[in-house]
Ligand binder design. Structure first.
Ligand code: GLN
Length: 300
């Protein structure tokens, strides 16, 4: 078996080389720190503190050869580090991820806070203790965020992919939230027929990238993330149109409709909601970078 201890000297050498390779490959050098932390259990501080004692030995959770192999895969195949480590951090969760699920993005984190604000801005405070659905749950991120913040709600997490649902379930179990979430396999609303007229809120990060634009995304996304979670059809709005059309059958009066959208889609999504004729108080929210990222409406 390969040694799990390395000298600090050897590790620092490895670290400096990997950082240079990152820069040369236009990858953020902070990914080297991230990988060391997640895969080897090492933090930057221990590396810095240790470097004053060149002969000190450091205990790794994985041999250096494994780290090297993962790092080469990062550089050569442009595999996202989150898939290499099998972990993504999102809100205060550590989530298991694999190539069958989209890596939850930092910009999506605030959708959970927007849901809470939407309840607080509604005259119907019972929404907080009703049924909430995360359609296209992927790794389960949004459903878990809702379960954590809406402590009295019943959460439903739906995905068409069995592989995604299995990961979402494992995440719920690991976070002690499995009792709070009902998982269903199926397309959008279809497994939730029995909840017609009884849903307090629908939250979703649906696929919204126009099919032709996918090939132009970074290789990390285009070549490694599931197109099922990205591809929104020819204009990117196929799934969004579906959610606009079907949600009114499921939402209670005053219920919340909240989704993530892509830069440039706000106007069209507002129009779709208006044309449907049964949504009130349609609003667009920006993410922390100021990009129009979320659409909110209430069932009239
Ligand atoms: N935000 C993702 C990206 O940047 C896309 C996620 C989605 O389609 N919902 O690729």
């Amino acid at each position: 078996m390969e040694s799990l201890t390395v000298s600090i000297q050897e590790l620092v050498q490895w670290y400096d080389k990997a950082k240079q390779e990152a820069i040369a490959a236009e990858i953020s050098p902070s990914e080297v720190d991230w990988l060391l932390q997640e895969v080897a259990g090492l933090n930057k501080l221990s590396l810095r503190l240790g470097s004053s004692q060149a002969r000190a030995l450091i205990l790794l959770q994985q041999p250096l050869s494994v780290l090297t192999q993962l790092w080469q895969q990062r550089l050569r195949d442009r595999t996202p580090v989150q898939y290499l480590a099998g972990i993504a951090h999102w809100r205060h969760f550590s989530l298991k991820v694999a190539p069958g699920v989209l890596i939850p993005r930092p910009e999506t984190e605030i959708i959970v806070d927007l849901a809470l604000n939407a309840i607080q801005n509604s005259p119907n405070l019972e929404l907080a203790s009703g049924n909430w659905v995360d359609l296209g749950t992927g790794s389960g991120a949004i459903a878990l965020g809702l379960a954590k913040i809406l402590t009295k709600a019943t959460i439903y997490a739906v995905d068409i992919s069995d592989e995604a649902l299995a990961i979402a379930r494992q995440n719920a179990i690991a976070l002690g939230l499995a009792e709070r979430i009902n998982f269903y396999q199926g397309s959008w609303w279809s497994p939730l027929e029995t909840l017609k007229g009884q849903v307090s809120g629908m939250v979703s990060n649906p696929p919204y990238i126009p099919t032709n634009a996918i090939a132009e995304l970074q290789p990390e996304v285009a070549q490694h993330e599931p197109h099922l979670a990205l591809d929104g059809g020819s204009d990117g709005l196929d799934c969004i149109r579906h959610l606009v059309t079907l949600a009114p059958d499921y939402l209670v009066c005053g219920g919340i409709w909240l989704i993530e959208i892509m830069a440039g889609q706000a106007e069209q999504v507002v129009r779709l909601l208006q044309e449907k004729g049964c949504y009130d108080k349609i609003q667009i929210f920006t993410d922390l970078a100021g990009i129009e990222r979320f659409a909110l409406a209430y069932r009239g």
